[in-house]
Every structure is written in structure tokens, then in C-alpha cells.
Design a protein around this ligand. Structure first.
Ligand SMILES: [Zn+2]
Length: 412
């Protein structure tokens, strides 16, 4: 991102953007096409070094060089074509509505993103891979049963070698509307147990149930609107000093991208906070609907190991870079579920409504901490855990969820 920003700055300050506009006869689409191709090719060696040299060397990625190049070329070509179309539309709006072009442009940008999300599984994915439905077997039966229980009958689950382009173990919810499906990477199916895969898929289906894609697009629209508005203000003040022909000069494209990009970077902590909230909601959905806290803890531990996730990030790193809760936070949720399950079992066995004061306190502290050291010892069964909040959770009382989750802001 920093390299891309620096290259855009050089292109603008050196007059390269103006020269490019002359070379493409003022065509905004060709200007964007050439610019995006040049930027992508400039950063390609870094991507090659990171994936094919470092990540493959240390076993974090598992992708053949030929497949990686094929994917990279397809991604760059698709990006360039999309950028050309978007730029043509953007500068048409700049010419038509010079004072408030940024409003319709932001709306069009988000609609294009939604269109790309919707079409990607049906149009773009088949260019590089051929997803196939999960084969018949115990896992497919469990996934079908899970989908039926939570009411998402129509969603497909498909195995796809490029569900993660770097060959990592991963599942992801892709598409929108009729093209919505869950893609599961071949490595996930090979390396993880059926229990772990089921809980991971429940997490992905949780995103579908909570309409997280819509929430994400809404947040991105707000950020894009502010970014393009700021770009409009800067463009009004600088198009003449920068020797641009007008506000709608295609040579202004690097300036618009730089300002909107800077606003996007400034919004990253807020977007990450929204993402962490959605991920935690999906985690709890998975735990509620699969009720396998051990499998959940095992899955998130192995996922974290696959990505070398930092277990104990500093507060600054957490706010700036983490799109998911930390490993400790996720395991604490699984621990809370285990306490609830144990309480239900013990309460049924004892036929009693009595709860010890010590276990009440332990349950509350565990839920409120998020980072409880005890969360790392999930395999150790706690002694006599039993508390009213657990019992309420077992009965499905909404107050139970607040009790176990803690009020907003208790997690750090
Ligand atoms: Zn997720």
C-alpha cells in the first residue's frame, strides 16, 4: 500500500500522469488501464517474494509457481479492466456534475463492488479454478444438517483449490444473492478434522445469517463518500497549480486515488473494529449452533498457526491491523460455552438449582476478561463449574448472552 501510494505521488509530481494523458489521447479508461497495469507490475516482485519465496519456504503457503503466476495474471487483468470501466464512469460524472460528482461516484463505486462480489463466483472464479460440491460422505451430511438447522437451505458448499490463492487452509463466504456460496480450500479439507470444519463452516454461515456483507458494503460506502468528497476539495484547490487542463482531466486520477486512499487508511481502525465485531458475532453463532467448543478452539488455534497470527498483540497493533478477535478472545468464547454446557449437564444430573458463589464469580470474570489466561487451558476441565448465568444460557434466555459476553467495551 505504501509503495503504491509512493508510486502515485511520483506519477503526479513528475508530470508522468500528464504525459500519459497525452499518450492515450485523453481517454480516462486507457489512462486507468495503463496506470493500474504499471502499478500492479511494479508491486508484483514483492508479492512473488512474500508468497513463493518466504511463505512457501516456511510452509505457510502451498501453491505451485505456475498456478500462482496464472492467478496473478488473471487478477491483474481483471483489476485493469474493472479500473478502466470505473475511471470512464468517474470522469463522466466529474464532467456532468463538477460540484458534487463525489456523491454519485461513491454510490456507483459501491454498486460496482457489490456487482463484482456477486459475479465473482459465477464469472471470475471459473477463469482460474473449477469449484466442485463437497463429495458425499459424513461431512456433507453434517454440513447439510447444519444448514437446515439454521435455515440457510439454498447455500452451496464447494471445494475449491483456490479458495485461498496461496493454498492456505481457509473457508470463505463469497458471492451475493443467487451466487452466494461457501468455498472450502482443499488444504482445509485435508488438514482439519470434520468437527473443526463443521464449526468453521458454521462461522461462515453466521456471516450469511447476520448479513455481514451488507454491513461491510454500507461502511465502505461511507468511507468512499468521505474520501471522494475530500478528493473533490483538494482537486478544486490544486488542478491549476498542477498544470491540469481542468478538474475533469484524466491526469488527475493519481491525485483522486491518493486523497481517497489516505481517507481509507485513516478509517482502517474503525473498519477493523466493525470487522472484529462481525467476526466475534459469527464465532458465537458457530458455538451456539454446533456446540463443540473443543473443536472450535482447535480450529482457531490451527488457523492462527497457519497464518502466524500474533497471540498477544500490543493495543496499537490490535486496533490498527487485527480484523479478527485475538486467539485468546476467541478461545475465551469457547471456554464460556464449555462452562455453559457443563452447567447444563451437571444441573440435569444433580436435579438442583443451587449454584456456588465461587463458580458464579469465576464465570463472570472469565466472560468479562476476554484475555483470561485460563482460556489457554481449554482441555483442562474446570472443577465444579456451575452458575445461574450458564443455566440461563442453556435455557436460551437472552439475558444469558449478555452475561456471558459482558457488556460492550468489557473486551479489550
Ligand atoms: Zn469470519
Amino acid at each position: 500500500m505504501l509503495l503504491t501510494g509512493a508510486l502515485l505521488g511520483v506519477l503526479l509530481a513528475s508530470g508522468g500522469s500528464t504525459a500519459l494523458r497525452e499518450a492515450v489521447s485523453g481517454s480516462a479508461a486507457l489512462h486507468a488501464l495503463v496506470m493500474v497495469l504499471a502499478l500492479e507490475v511494479a508491486v508484483l516482485p514483492l508479492a512473488w517474494l512474500r508468497v513463493l519465496v518466504l511463505e512457501c519456504e516456511y510452509g505457510l503457503a502451498d501453491v505451485a509457481p505456475g498456478a500462482w503466476w496464472k492467478l496473478s495474471v488473471a487478477r491483474i487483468a481483471i483489476s485493469a479492466v474493472f479500473a478502466a470501466g470505473a475511471a470512464e464512469l468517474l470522469f463522466a460524472m466529474l464532467r456532468t456534475w463538477p460540484a458534487w460528482w463525489w456523491g454519485p461516484a461513491a454510490a456507483a463505486g459501491v454498486l460496482l463492488a457489490a456487482l463484482a462480489t456477486s459475479l465473482a463466483p459465477a464469472v471470475i472464479l471459473p477463469l482460474v479454478d473449477r469449484p466442485r460440491p463437497l463429495g458425499p460422505g459424513p461431512l456433507r451430511a453434517r454440513v447439510s444438517d447444519l444448514a437446515r438447522r439454521i435455515g440457510v437451505h439454498a447455500i452451496a458448499v464447494e471445494e475449491c483449490g483456490t479458495a485461498d490463492p496461496h493454498g492456505r487452509a481457509r473457508a470463505s463466504l463469497v458471492g451475493a444473492g443467487a451466487t452466494r456460496r461457501v468455498l472450502v480450500s482443499s488444504r482445509l479439507l485435508a488438514d482439519f478434522t470434520d468437527d473443526e470444519i463443521e464449526v468453521i463452516l458454521a462461522h461462515e454461515l453466521g456471516h450469511q445469517v447476520h448479513r455481514d456483507l451488507l454491513r461491510t458494503l454500507t461502511a465502505e460506502f461511507v468511507v468512499l463518500l468521505v474520501g471522494l468528497c475530500a478528493a473533490g476539495r483538494v482537486l478544486d484547490a490544486t488542478w491549476a497549480p498542477l498544470a491540469l487542463a481542468s478538474r475533469a482531466d484524466p491526469a488527475a486520477l493519481p491525485l483522486i486515488l491518493l486523497v481517497a486512499g489516505a481517507v481509507r487508511v485513516a478509517a482502517v481502525p474503525a473498519l477493523n473494529a466493525l470487522s472484529r465485531r462481525a467476526e466475534q458475532r459469527a464465532d458465537r453463532f458457530a458455538l451456539d449452533n454446533v456446540s463443540r467448543p473443543d473443536a472450535f478452539a482447535g480450529a482457531v488455534r490451527r488457523m492462527a498457526a497457519h497464518t502466524l497470527a500474533e497471540e498477544h498483540p500490543s493495543r496499537a497493533v490490535y486496533w490498527l491491523f487485527h480484523t479478527h478477535p485475538t486467539l485468546d478472545q476467541r478461545i475465551a468464547d469457547a471456554e464460556a460455552m464449555r462452562y455453559a454446557g457443563d452447567a447444563q449437564t451437571r444441573g440435569a444430573a444433580a436435579g438442583t438449582r443451587g449454584f456456588s458463589r465461587a463458580s458464579n464469580a469465576r464465570c463472570r470474570v472469565l466472560a468479562a476478561r476476554g484475555f483470561s489466561p485460563a482460556s489457554r487451558a481449554l482441555s483442562e476441565r474446570p472443577a465444579a463449574p456451575s452458575c445461574p448465568c450458564s443455566a440461563r444460557r442453556a435455557r436460551g434466555c437472552s439475558r444469558t448472552r449478555r452475561c456471558l459476553s459482558g457488556p460492550p467495551g468489557t473486551r479489550t
